[in-house]
Ligand binder design. Structure first.
Ligand code: GDP
Length: 359
């Protein structure tokens, strides 16, 4: 039962499969069920639970991942229903897992740890009610106390992490201020995960930024200096990829990274125009952007991967009709010079705008 109607259930599950693959899991199957409302105890109905359980036994499944966020109770009941050995998790936990694997800087690692703890906090009951059961009810109430102790420990850790993050950020801000004192405009790449942001950055700068066909290759903002043919310069920053159904708590953990976006002179929205859900991915990115304070920053849209579409000519015609769209192939380099020109045109606009504000 998807509350987000942007992506259909099947597309969303396909993306979940890709996420699982990115996390290093091997997906053996997927299924879904249409219910008027999710089962409060197990999210899915009892028939579906039984069906999955027999698949677990037949295929030796170790992990079952749900595409929507599960409550602590649902997690516990499902784990019990599937048999103790199976790990049950949801999309959010999976994304946090991937983030955890990919955090390359100290700041990213701190952000992910914080998001994971905040995710765990309301879900802490599991382990201890389990213990209580094992003790045969003799220590009734002990589990409850233990949960409280655990929650207190977690909250303390969260507090420590937040302080550490703050100090790391202060450093980065100083560095950024130094950078801003150099009059080179900053251009931020935003876009759905896998749209081709890192590839574009590489194509423009020869920087060896990790670009691979996996979701969330980029977690840390990477900034490179781009020199155009006519000797002009701008700084290009790659940001974390956006994805649908990213819970606000997770978005909040990355807010500081995303906030760099709000200090740029231009936003370049990179779109994988060859993707069947390009339209929906654009909407998902716009939704996250609308939560940040960036409405006044000029934008340019890039339709990437034109080498991959079946109808490149009509796509290019369509782009020409629009004012703010450039067609490129970040992989082959096609259209990249036009892209640089468009960036400069846009920056010129924004510079005029800045001058008009400062008499
Ligand atoms: P990011 O998540 O937005 O940074 O995306 P990446 O730059 O990592 O690219 C994701 C995948 O798309 C990689 O496998 C790239 O090789 C591929 N890719 C990027 N740009 C193009 C393009 O213009 N054409 C084609 N065919 N593939 C591309």
């Amino acid at each position: 039962s998807n509350t987000e109607v942007l992506f259909g259930v099947e597309e969303s599950l396909k993306e979940l499969t890709q996420l699982a693959d990115t996390a290093g899991l091997m997906v053996v199957g997927s299924t879904y069920q249409k219910l008027v409302s999710p089962n409060s105890r197990t999210y899915i109905g009892s028939g579906k639970v039984a069906e999955i359980k027999s698949a677990i036994n037949a295929l030796g499944v170790e992990t079952v991942i749900f595409d929507d966020e599960l409550s602590a109770g649902q997690l516990r009941n499902l784990e019990k229903a599937f048999g103790g050995e199976v790990r049950v998790c949801d999309r959010t936990a999976l994304i946090l897992d991937i983030f955890n694997q990919r955090a390359a800087t100290h700041e990213a690692a701190l952000q992910v740890a914080l998001a994971q703890m905040e995710y765990q906090l309301p879900r802490l009951t599991k382990m201890w009610t389990h213990l209580e059961r094992q003790a045969g009810g003799k220590v009734k109430g002990m589990g409850e106390k233990q949960i409280e102790v655990d929650k207190r420990i977690l909250r303390t850790q969260i507090g420590v992490l937040k302080k550490e993050l703050e100090s790391v950020r202060k450093h980065r801000k100083q560095y950024r201020n130094q950078r801003l004192s150099v009059p080179v405009p900053v251009v931020s790449l935003v876009g759905y995960t896998n749209a081709g942001k890192s590839t574009l950055l590489n194509q423009l700068t020869g920087a060896n930024v990790l670009a691979e066909d996996r979701l969330f290759a980029t977690l840390d903002p990477t900034t490179r200096r781009v020199q155009t043919k006519n000797g002009k310069e701008f700084l290009l920053t790659d940001t974390v990829g956006f994805i649908q159904k990213l819970p606000t708590t997770v978005v909040a953990a990355f807010r500081a990274t995303l906030e760099e976006i709000s200090e740029s002179s231009l936003l370049v929205h990179v779109v994988d125009i060859s993707h069947p859900l390009a339209e929906q991915q654009i909407d998902a990115v716009d939704k996250v952007l609308s939560e940040l304070d960036v409405s006044s920053i000029p934008r340019l849209m890039v339709w990437n991967k034109v080498d991959k579409v079946s109808n490149p000519e009509s796509i290019k015609l369509e782009a020409e009709k629009r004012d703010d769209v450039v067609c490129i192939s970040a992989l082959s380099g096609e259209g990249v010079n036009e892209f640089c020109n468009a960036v400069q045109e846009k920056l010129k606009d924004s510079m005029v705008w800045v001058e008009a504000l400062i008499p």
